[in-house]
Design a protein around this ligand. Structure first.
Ligand code: GA4
Length: 351
């Protein structure tokens, strides 16, 4: 974080970040072609190595994506008083600069909605208009297919075809906890008044608590992901692709035997003593162009136990006792909402 002698008042309480001094050498964000025969293996590999990848040839009609983007742009351009009618986000609804309940601030406004197990915005969510509700339903219905495909590929890669639904079933469950958010990062002209080495926080660094998140943005850059060595990698925007982010509840690691991959629900930290993590990511503001992103978060039902899948137990990798106590998604979510964005949310669950 950077501290300046005089910070413009509009940026009050929003953290400034130091930009990366030199461009990173990185071969690029892994891209998985969902229509290719090797897609399932590529997904498992990308989850293991980066916890982040993009999918192309995903089959989601671009018309649906464009319609949602247009509706979102219209909503965020509407008078403040109209937007405020769907807020403040608590946690659902329209939010402006404030993220969560514990003092996190970013250069953005957003709409956060709950989604039911059929992929429709839940009746209780404060949706500003019926046209927005309609297009969000259409979009979420399509994009959760991408999340399901990814979860099925991971389960099949690790457990075999008979258990293909071991993870996706948690999201299809009638009580599953799915969330959808649209973020609008307005241009931040104040950036021009800051030293070149400074960026403004759009959305502070964090990991997503759920299983997987599927993100799509317009062509404005800003998203960055943390590499395993802690350096931040700017992700070039791709309007036609979806970015998949591995969440806290789904972490993938490799057994010491190189050919066997294992998936663990949080449990892998026990195995690697915290060396492998779900991917930290953040968004930095842009001085000129607005960024619009839409993210679907696939979470299980509140009573779902977060523990290793039974097949993965007793396969010789239990050298160390569990470092985390048994807990459910409901427990984890409650704790997440008590945390700050950048916190290590697993901490209270350590034995
Ligand atoms: C991060 C992932 C999702 O955007 C989200 C976020 C939620 C919020 O914006 O209200 C949280 C954040 C997210 C993790 C910690 C808590 C809760 C803000 C925050 C400080 C909707 C979610 O599920 O967790």
């Amino acid at each position: 974080m950077v501290v300046l002698a005089t910070t413009p008042a509009a940026l009050d309480q929003i953290s400034l970040l130091r930009s990366s001094p030199e461009p990173l050498f990185f071969p690029g964000v892994p891209a998985v072609d969902l229509s290719s025969p090797g897609a399932a293996l590529a997904v498992v590999d990308a989850c293991q190595r980066f916890g982040f990848f993009k999918v192309v040839n995903h089959g989601v009609p671009m018309g649906v994506v464009d319609r949602l983007e247009a509706e979102a742009v219209r909503f965020f351009a509407s008078p403040q008083v109209e937007k405020d009618a769907s807020g403040p986000a608590n946690p659902l609804g329209y939010g402006n600069k404030r993220i969560g309940r514990n003092g996190d601030m970013g250069w953005l406004e957003y709409l956060l909605l709950a989604v039911n197990h059929q992929g429709s915005v839940s009746k209780a969510s404060p949706v500003p208009s019926s046209s927005l509700r309609e297009v969000v339903n259409e979009y979420v219905g399509a994009v959760r297919g991408v999340a399901t495909w990814v979860l099925e590929a991971v389960a099949e890669g690790l457990l075999g075809v008979a258990r293909r639904d071991a993870l996706s079933g948690m999201v299809a469950d009638a009580g599953s906890d799915q969330v959808f958010r649209v973020n609008h990062y307005p241009p931040c002209p104040l950036l021009e008044r800051l030293p070149d080495s400074c960026s403004v926080t759009g959305f502070g660094e964090h990991t997503d608590p759920q299983l997987v998140s599927v993100l799509r943005s317009n062509g404005t850059p800003g998203l960055q992901v943390a590499l395993r060595d802690g350096r931040w990698l700017p992700v070039p925007p791709d309007r036609d692709a979806f970015f998949v982010i591995v969440g806290d509840s789904l972490e993938v690691t490799k057994h010491p035997s190189p050919s066997i991959a294992y998936i663990h629900l949080l449990y892998q930290k026990v195995l690697t003593n915290g060396r492998m993590k779900s991917v930290r990511h953040r968004v930095v503001a842009n001085s000129l162009k607005p960024r619009v992103s839409m993210i679907y978060f696939a979470g299980p039902a509140p009573e779902q136990r977060i523990a290793p899948l039974p097949e993965l137990l007793g396969q010789g990798h239990g050298e160390q006792g569990p470092l985390y106590r048994d807990f459910t998604w409901g427990d984890y979510k409650k704790a997440a909402y008590r945390s700050r964005l950048g916190d290590d949310r697993l901490d209270p669950f350590r034995i």
